[in-house]
Design a protein around this ligand. Sequence first.
Ligand code: GLA
Length: 730
Amino acid sequence: MPILFNEKSGVFNLSTENSTYLMGIYKRKLLVHLYYGKPIKSDVDIDHIISRTTGSFSGISTLCEEGERYSEDIIPLEYPTYGSTDVRTPAFKVEYEDGSTITKLVYKAHRIYDGKPELEGLASSYADSKDGVKTLEIKLYDDLKKTGVLLSYTVFEKRNIIARSVKVINESDEKIVLTKVLSMNMDIKGEKFDFIHLHGAWARERHIERRPIIHGGVYIDSKRGSSSHHHNPFFALASENTDESHGNVYGFAFVYSGNFVGGTELNSYGTTRTYMGINDINFRWNLGPDEAFQAPEVVMTFSADGFNGMSQNFHEFIRKNICRGKYRDIERPILINNWEATYFNFDEDKIMKIAKTAKELGIELLVLDDGWFGERNDDKSSLGDWFVNKKKLPNGIDGLAKKVNELGLKFGLWFEPEMVSPISELYKKHPEWAVQVKGRALSQERNQYILDLSRDDVCEYIIGFLSDILSNNPISYVKWDMNRNFSEAGSLLLPPERQQEFFHRYILGFYHVLGTITKKFPDILFEGCSGGGARFDLGALCYYPQIWLSDDTDAVERMFIQYGSSMIFPTSVMGAHVSGVPNHQVGRYTSFETRGNIAFMGRFGYELDLSKLTDEEKDIAKKQVKDYKKIGQIIHEGKMYRLLSPFDTNYFAVEFVSEDEKTVILIYSNILGQPNPTDNTVYLRGLDSDALYKNVQTGEICGGDVLSNIGMNMKNDRDFKSSLIVFERI
Ligand code: GLA
């Protein structure tokens, strides 16, 4: 049973195949955290785990009864509030009508039920009936203020994942204001953890950083309105010597696309408070009598098998319990995108030339990127004017799409639905639709403003124009972009006391629009994008089954970005293309083979002027397309192992083992070549040591034990020299 409650001891046991999470009701009142780690089947006693209950300069709890003496400041709490004797970082803070901000939550009730409910208005994970998940809901309540929280824990037993969320309920007659509602808190015993997270910037997203935690706080966040290029809403805590295959790791990911915070606070008694949720900067939510507020979900996992174990748990979960729809389990078309081929400078002839070569190479989908609408010949105008530019496309989108279809290719189109250019028909007509604060100058980023998705009329307008274009043209794929962060955030429609609800309301509007459109057009493949990876999070992945990983298409840069992203994300969600050389972002020359080998790790495509390829390049591309069709599914559905990190070595190596364990794929590359090189050995993982494996390219046969323990020697005498090796078990 994944969820058990022991009436006598007051302990909740939430168990997956490889982990157990324990909480308890301490002295019949406080919900305390007891344990998260390797499986525990035996009964436990709360007092055995919580031996220290007081400390100097820590107040004695007002909840103590005759003969009891404990302080919330010392005890590991499950959902700490502001205003008790616990003066660590709280997860929850409210302003009441009397001006007080104190909340004391005690256990009231709980229920355990089958399945998992959707979170209203929000992105959230889901379970198929065969997943056999169970949910525990615990009610904590402040009797004085008649305010409480429902803490939800869904246990995905087979996936080793627990999904958590918090719903705030106001059962008083007062209007209260929520100023902080985090989605999870966990006070873990132990102080020797490393904090691992993914940081970056535009075009160099999700680089791995690892630091020991310190007394006081370590955190990552976004205040940019979207989850951002800068910090991904994910972090891990690992015991000191953890590596890819050994050591205890906890991973946390937020199913949300807006402002977030996630971090740790190590106290003076060796307990590490760990938390994640909506950033409380510029967050105030008004909650009237009988209203509720649903905070987004955090998913967490524990692995005793190092980082790779954590990643494999997340990969499977994201593939099966976050991504949805027709494209979840099927291979997706190999595409050609015209962005780096033409930028804004294209017409129907140029696009058709690219399409013809694409067909010759076996590519299946042509995507027309930015510049097809309004007067958009650069990035200075026309967002919002979603009518075709007849100078470039005299036959319209419909005419072009039909010609592309006649060649045997599907057709896809770029949109940036949430934006408006100051120079546009839309802005002339509806300046009030831009995100803004009355009377304050509005700053531009990439010459554009953001449409105010906290407004229903704006959401309906976006749903309307997208529905119109998608219903009236043969469009099989949409690239949904979002190319700026927020500033001067506010809405002309919200009353003053609700202005700080704006950021969250925007995300609710975004999910409403995206949810409506993706449901209405289930056959269209939607790829998310935000200047590459500024909205690469589990919230967005509930709607888009894939996201353009980064605007950096250089193969070497991509080794870092893809390797870092794989800490949490499966390759099935990463858009990755072969682009031209010299690379447009860094000016680097890499071979066509290496660009292909590295892009194989994601949803494969091309982004260069195919009509200019040499015959030799065309032959390589044909082979890439053919190979990818054979092995793409294994790369996306198989178990992934990270073997050599570009962050720590001069190499990149990742491996994929098919679900039936019959095929093994190794993608390997040097970064810089060495003259007279030293040997570099790759040790494969996940193989059967009693089985034989045949290298499909060379015909060489090797034992699984040899490949795993003696390894393979790789040549490293050339810059960026890569290989893609397929082994079949014989
Ligand atoms: C963003 C995207 C690119 C491209 C351009 C178009 O930067 O990430 O892939 O679509 O917008 O303007």
